[in-house]
Design a protein around this ligand. Sequence first.
Ligand SMILES: Cc1cc2nc3c(=O)[nH]c(=O)nc-3n(C[C@H](O)[C@H](O)[C@H](O)COP(=O)(O)OP(=O)(O)OC[C@H]3O[C@@H](n4cnc5c(N)ncnc54)[C@H](O)[C@@H]3O)c2cc1C
Length: 314
Amino acid sequence: MKTTARVVVIGGGVVGVGTLYHLAKKGWSDVALIERKELTSGSTWHAAGLLPLFNLSYSVGQLHKYSVNLYGSLEAETGQSVGFKKVSNIRLARTKTRWDEFMYYAGVAETIGVKVNKLTPQQVKEIWPLCNTEGLLGAIQHPDDGYIQPADLTQAFAKGARNRGAEIYRNTTVIGIERTTSGEWLVKTDKGDIQCEHIVSASGNFARQTGKMLGLDIPVIPVEHQYIVTEPHPAVQERHAKGLPEMGVLREADSSWYLREEAGGFILGPYEKGAPVCYVDGPHKDSEYELFQEDLDRLAPHIGRRLAACGMDC
Ligand SMILES: Cc1cc2nc3c(=O)[nH]c(=O)nc-3n(C[C@H](O)[C@H](O)[C@H](O)COP(=O)(O)OP(=O)(O)OC[C@H]3O[C@@H](n4cnc5c(N)ncnc54)[C@H](O)[C@@H]3O)c2cc1C
């Protein structure tokens, strides 16, 4: 392991490895990343990979647009697929307030240069035949949106970073951080120490523990998020057999869920109100590719609303 670097990134999830890639791309090749287990063994391994281009902030919208463009070109650069499926993203509006928000957003998107189509309920039905369009006012569609495979994207970032001289140390844990008399940082690991000018902490659910190493009390607590992966659905399989395209990512903000095709069935991800907090004192030191015990009762109200939106056939 090297003993000095300009930057040490802590954490080998998509955020840490993406940061490493961008530092190296900017010409900072003397950079290193430290991951306690394997790359993507934190939250990144379980993400649904949705991109959402939709953002009411001009600057965050620019970041999303940059990311979506990058996902389109990263494979050509690194030879590693990121599993980008540009299937589009459709957001349903069932209330006037939601529709007004979408129209405001469409103005922001236009300034950023993000494509947005306005869809009538009939057009939604043509693209998403399983969607119950009764009472629907309309929808907006991002034709350039879709989803990626988070683990593949992280590996592509890792390849691009390594190709530019960055180093990644897996199965290595940061156990302490000290300030040196020269004003640099000494990152202490279980495999040796690295002195550096800058530290980037991208330690995900361990953020509070990493913060403590610097005397910081980081005011962030994770909450649990569940999604459901269904069995293959006959209507989806029939579409595949006919060579029809994926129906795209469907979202409904008022009842708060996302739905997309997955392996001939669906992924349904509700955003639960009052989802329980987790990892208050950080994950266990051996935590890796961790799953919580499912609690489907908590999801029942969301599933009901999803069925109402998609029709009972769905
Ligand atoms: C079920 C689910 C679905 C999701 N769906 C989406 C989605 O569709 N779209 C989306 O954008 N986001 C989604 N997310 C959120 C997304 O997964 C996270 O925002 C993202 O993966 C966070 O990445 P990260 O790199 O910050 O953290 P992580 O992936 O958790 O990586 C942090 C890494 O730091 C390492 N680490 C911690 N402490 C140390 C240490 N002391 N020394 C060395 N290494 C250390 C850990 O081992 C870990 O690998 C979803 C999340 C979940 C749980």
